[in-house]
Design a binder for this molecule. Structure first.
Ligand code: GTP
Ligand code: MG
Length: 377
């Protein structure tokens, strides 16, 4: 499962966002350092395609994809030098796949802290950069020494030297031109700025009327970063749909309250604010896409399910996600785009019309494909 970690100043709304996404009940309170121990929760990736197919097939089970979110304590300026809670709790998000900055823009004098999201971003980036600098400085001499006896370590040491030079300039790695090869070499170092970043700008209700203006300064900072550098993941080019935004505006408190309601009341509340299905739902979908993750679907009476795969995967690789036997004994994939299938109304009907394609082992699966794997073991 993909994992996201929240980073933000105290009172920015991290725990509120966690509650909005997971329907959880983490302590959200108007004083700094309300969160001490990390909260870990799972959210479903809402997917209307899956719901439509499940309805078509009258599936008994519906299994959406899911992602994990980790909410940690607030970071303050000087955390790397021990201010606030210090930065030790960052260990709680070392192993996530992407960082989500939670930046406050909402105005409320009863909640202490700066209200300028750019100021939040500046402090957070600096503290993460210091934390990574510390990590590299702590380990690099040992690696340099080990290199003398083990030349195979050279690429890793070179990557660490390159990263060190960037971090010493005060630049987070995700803003640098560190090569993809270096990025991959540094994966076992669990650096924080060696991950893709996204941002949620936490708005008040009035700011909802003009989200674009409020988030623009953050968009300018983070909007165009090469976020495909998820360690282990390929660059999400793939000629598929245009890349989704990395910066989101949401009234987190409102959505956290909505998340506590049952689905009908929730929809009504969000609709009342013109939010449709809610900004956090769109945020999960985009975050997922940003990491180079895509979805294929299976559907039947027993179950309809959304499967997560990495962009560029072939049919046998996707078959292997369902079961290793399906990859080992892969013969072919029968496939049709979800919307074509839905329009026809049944798998049998689609086959009769000759609309189900038969694809071999080199077929690169596309987002929204419905698959049936033929195999023999
Ligand atoms: N007015 C307003 N208040 C909000 C909003 N989002 C969060 N708050 C309030 O701000 C306070 C802090 O929110 P939390 O979610 O606890 O913030 P946090 O980032 O988890 O804070 P720490 O755990 O202390 O780092 C709470 O009292 C929230 O109710 C918002 O959009 N508008
Ligand atoms: Mg909190």
């Amino acid at each position: 499962m993909e994992k996201f970690g929240f980073v933000g100043l105290p009172n920015a709304g991290k725990s509120s966002l966690y509650n909005a996404l997971t329907g959880g009940s983490a302590l959200a309170a108007p004083y700094a350092f309300a969160t001490t121990d990390p909260n870990i929760g799972v959210a479903k990736v809402f997917d209307h395609r899956l719901d439509a197919l499940a309805e078509m097939s009258k599936s008994r089970n519906v299994v959406p994809a899911s992602v994990q979110f980790t909410d940690i304590g607030g970071l303050v300026e000087g955390a790397s030098k021990g201010e606030g809670l210090g930065n030790k709790f960052l260990a709680g998000i070392r192993e996530v796949d992407a960082i989500v900055f939670v930046l406050r823009a909402f105005r409320d004098d009863d909640v202490p802290g700066p209200q300028d999201p750019l100021e939040h971003l500046r402090i957070l980036e600096l503290e993460l950069t210091y934390a990574d600098l510390e990590t590299i400085e702590r380990q690099i001499d040992k690696k340099r020494k080990a290199l003398k006896g083990d030349p195979a370590l050279r690429p890793e040491v070179e990557a660490a030297e390159a990263a060190l030079a960037i971090l010493e300039q005060g630049t987070p790695l995700y803003r640098s031109d560190l090569s993809a090869a270096h990025t991959a070499e540094l994966r076992p170092w669990f650096l924080l700025t060696n991950k893709p970043v996204l941002a949620v700008v936490n708005l008040d209700e009035e700011q909802l009327a003009d989200i674009d203006t409020v988030i623009k300064p953050i968009q300018e900072e983070l909007g165009d970063l090469p976020r495909g550098r998820s360690p282990g993941g390929p660059t999400p080019a793939g000629g598929q749909s245009q890349s989704p935004p990395a910066v989101f505006g949401a009234c987190v408190q409102l959505e956290a309250e909505a998340a506590q309601l049952d689905p009908e009341d929730r929809a009504e509340m969000l609709d009342g604010f013109g939010l449709g299905e809610g900004a956090v739902v769109r945020f999960i979908q985009a975050a997922y896409h940003t990491l180079g993750l895509r979805t294929f679907l299976t559907t039947g009476e027993q179950e309809s399910r959304a499967w997560t795969y990495r962009v560029g995967s072939t049919a046998p690789e996707c078959a292997g996600l369902i079961h290793s036997d399906l990859q080992r004994g892969f013969i072919r994939a029968e496939t049709i785009r979800w919307d074509e299938l839905l329009e026809i109304g049944s798998w049998a009907g689609a086959r009769d019309l000759g609309k189900v394609r038969s694809e071999g082992k080199d077929y690169v699966v596309e987002d929204g494909d419905v698959l049936e794997i033929r195999f023999n073991v």
